[in-house]
Design a protein around this ligand. Structure first.
Ligand code: FES
Ligand SMILES: [Fe+2]
Length: 413
């Protein structure tokens, strides 16, 4: 009889484990700069004072940057986001359109995102009730004045929503966007569902984060030891992660190889339009006892501009994806998020992989939080993708892209 109880219990446990990811989505928010308690936090802080900066590239590249996830901004809501040396008032009108204005009201400087109200397409300042149009920033209404001065306007920022992320366009020369992130079909038609997110604050230059993709040599060193190292060193001695078929290519080289083979001029032109993209492939295996492969993933990564990445994962059970965003909140403070989507039926598997991704990413964060930016790295032939990556990334800087010191000055009171 007891056997039936055990069997019933085991069945319920398995059912619970399988059901949990459908009910509870991972929301992993970490600031590893502040990890530890009391003395350790103080020691980290003192240590960070001694940190070298290195010769940095400009701190805010040109491109689209994530400010919020779509689910964080309901209709009629307004939120303040400080990023890229700017203060944005991001709001959603009652018909669902997202608008972004400069947060500070040109009248007397109130922060319109703190207590402001959405009125039609306008944002109303909480201080004296002036209303500014989201479409062009023009003041539309002053409750106590007969005439609205034509210079009464605020700056508007180009924005777009893709893959349930709200992006702002930043360009140091004020140029209009020439590309936009696109929603992938599985997310658009909701055949893939949200499976969880993470969020990290990291002290490093934005360029360091995506450089990881071109730096194939770090994979074995940083991501080779088994994922459960933190839980048990003994257990992890039986397993390791293997990374192979690693390849990083900027879009232009990818197209050049095609057009030289096929002599196709239109493909070459298309290459110019998509030069903000770069591609990476890799294969990941989890090996037990140096013999048994228990997990196999093929990952196709698209770096789209300076702060956005799409990772498509082909698993033995089906496809899924992760969207990564990197936004400079300050010159050397990056907010990085990952959001995962998969077919609903793969929810438990996707949650497991996502948990692994969170733990793996923490290993990179631990390095970024402490390293200096090395402008002239001492590389070997096998590191050549890093040079190609830096050349590719330099397209996102322009004449007036702010230096670290200029950006820091504008942050000081
Ligand atoms: S400060 Fe905004 S209306 Fe006066
Ligand atoms: Fe990494």
């Amino acid at each position: 009889m007891a056997g039936w109880w055990y069997l019933g219990g085991a069945f319920l446990l398995l059912f619970g484990i399988l059901l949990a990811p459908y009910l509870y989505k991972i929301n992993w928010i970490k600031d590893l700069r502040l990890e530890g308690k009391g003395k350790k936090v103080l020691a980290n802080h003192l240590e960070s004072k001694k940190r070298k900066l290195g010769k940095l590239p400009p701190v805010y590249p040109n491109g689209w940057f994530a400010l919020l996830e779509s689910s964080q901004l309901g209709r009629g809501q307004v939120k303040h986001v400080a990023a890229l040396g700017q203060n944005f008032a991001v709001y959603r009108t009652d018909n669902g359109t997202v608008r972004i204005l400069d947060a500070y009201c040109p009248h007397l400087g109130a922060n319109m995102a703190e207590g402001g109200r959405v009125k039609g397409d306008c944002l109303e300042c909480p201080f004296h009730g002036w209303q500014f149009r989201g479409s062009d920033g023009q003041c539309d209404h002053i409750p106590y004045a007969d005439k609205i001065p034509h210079i009464a306007r605020t700056k508007t920022w180009k924005c777009c929503e893709a893959n349930e992320i709200i992006f702002v366009w930043y360009h140091a020369e004020g140029l209009e966007p020439h590309w936009e992130p696109q929603t992938i079909n599985h997310v658009l038609n909701r055949t893939w569902r949200y499976q969880g997110r993470n969020e990290f604050l990291i002290n490093c230059h934005i360029q360091e984060v995506a450089e990881n993709g071109a730096d194939s040599a770090h994979l074995s060193a940083v991501h080779g030891p088994a994922i459960f190292t933190k839980i048990s060193r003994f257990l992890s001695s039986f397993a390791r992660h293997q990374w192979s078929n690693v390849n990083w290519t900027p879009h232009n080289s990818f197209l050049e190889s095609l057009s030289s083979k096929e002599g196709n001029e239109s493909k070459k032109q298309n290459g110019e339009n998509l030069r903000h993209r770069a591609y990476m492939t890799l294969r990941h295996r989890l090996i037990l006892f140096e013999k048994f492969e228990v997990l196999h993933l093929d990952v196709n990564v698209q770096q789209i501009g300076p702060g956005y990445v799409e990772l498509m994962m082909e698993t033995s059970l089906g496809s899924m994806c992760i969207f990564q965003t990197v936004t400079p909140m300050e010159p050397l403070l990056q907010k990085v998020t990952h959001v995962m989507y998969s077919p609903p039926v793969l929810s438990p598997y996707a949650s497991m992989l996502f948990l692994g991704e969170c733990l793996m990413f923490e290993r990179d964060v631990a390095i970024w939080n402490r390293k200096k930016f090395e402008k002239q790295p001492l590389l070997v032939k096998e590191d050549k993708s890093i040079i190609a990556y830096r050349r590719w990334y330099s397209q996102f800087y322009s004449q007036h892209s702010p230096s670290y010191h200029a950006a820091m000055k504008s942050l000081q009171w």
